[in-house]
Design a protein around this ligand. Sequence first.
Ligand SMILES: NC(=O)c1ccc[n+]([C@@H]2O[C@H](COP(=O)([O-])OP(=O)(O)OC[C@H]3O[C@@H](n4cnc5c(N)ncnc54)[C@H](OP(=O)(O)O)[C@@H]3O)[C@@H](O)[C@H]2O)c1
Length: 342
Amino acid sequence: MTTNENTRTLGSTGPSVFPLGLGCMGMSALYGEADRTESLATIHAYLDAVPDSASALLDTGDFYGMGHNEMLIGEALRTAPAAAREQALISVKFGALRTVEGGFTGYDGRPEAVKNFLAYSLQRLGRDHIDVYRIARVDPSVPIEETVGAIAEAVEAGHVRHIGLSEVGADTLRRAAAVAPISDLQIEYSLISRGIEAEILPTARELGIGITAYGVLSRGLISGHFSRDRELAPGDFRGMSPRFQGENLQRNLDLVDALRKIAQDKGVSVAQTAIAWVLSRGEDIVPLVGARRRDRLAEALGAMAVELTEADLAAIEEAVPAGAAAGERYPAAQMAHLDSEH
Ligand SMILES: NC(=O)c1ccc[n+]([C@@H]2O[C@H](COP(=O)([O-])OP(=O)(O)OC[C@H]3O[C@@H](n4cnc5c(N)ncnc54)[C@H](OP(=O)(O)O)[C@@H]3O)[C@@H](O)[C@H]2O)c1
């Protein structure tokens, strides 16, 4: 489905985008304080790196910093050259309910809520449409048909271009695709999170739905830059994530050491190897990298030039076999919200 090496297409109905998207979440939430000036510079550097012939994919959620992330992207676009602004496609997740203190209290996928979330997002972003719109987690009290149906109405009205999904399983993919065309499923996929390979990825392929893969560095765990003695700020997701705790962390960092040997032999970094591996899984997969700084972004972009041979892929498979990760990818309470894990 590639049109050229600078683009990948999101499913059979979605837009063509640069093969690496920029996930902006960490600029507002979940990984400790982010530097605002550096965040804006990172978004600008990403827009600058995307060739004129491709669209730049920026991913956000209205609940990342309770609107902060959308306002940040809005500012980055306002202060970018006009051509870069035109090139940008924005993917927004909605539905998470928050508290002033930052807690998460559930999800709202009712049609009237969808339209309310959308109205606010358009204002914060300073745009008249959103390129891909999706609920972050299925609202268990609202059939997915109703939530997707409401987005389909927003498509009709011109406020949204494409409908996406996030962290859903194969059955929900089918139900949603029966209502309206779905461009892509956003879901965690990395060397140490390979759960989608059994059923979800084949179903997405059968339905012509692309994948925007997040957590390709497992939130920094397999980036090669994470160490046991890293101090995490209060509220950092990684302080609660099972994969970053005690024994589990040590076992996971041992996997990273095995990967590091392969990366060193190729003269590339661990992060580049991990991102290149996701890129190698298919032309229908667009990794979202969560760079918050220009140096990290430059490293991530370098992954596009990394060619993994059959021998490299076999060595990687041996170093980090499927299912080798220690610990679940979310704490138990958050795992319960994942339709993709049921
Ligand atoms: N749909 C969903 O449920 C969902 C869930 C989570 C995220 N997402 C989306 O996916 C995006 C990416 O997710 P993520 O941030 O968790 O993924 P990630 O790319 O696996 O992790 C990003 C973290 O890795 C570290 N890192 C180290 N080297 C890096 C490099 N060269 N490039 C980029 N990061 C590097 C950074 O941490 P330090 O800066 O601390 O070193 C960064 O904060 C998010 O921004 C968000 O848009 C979606």
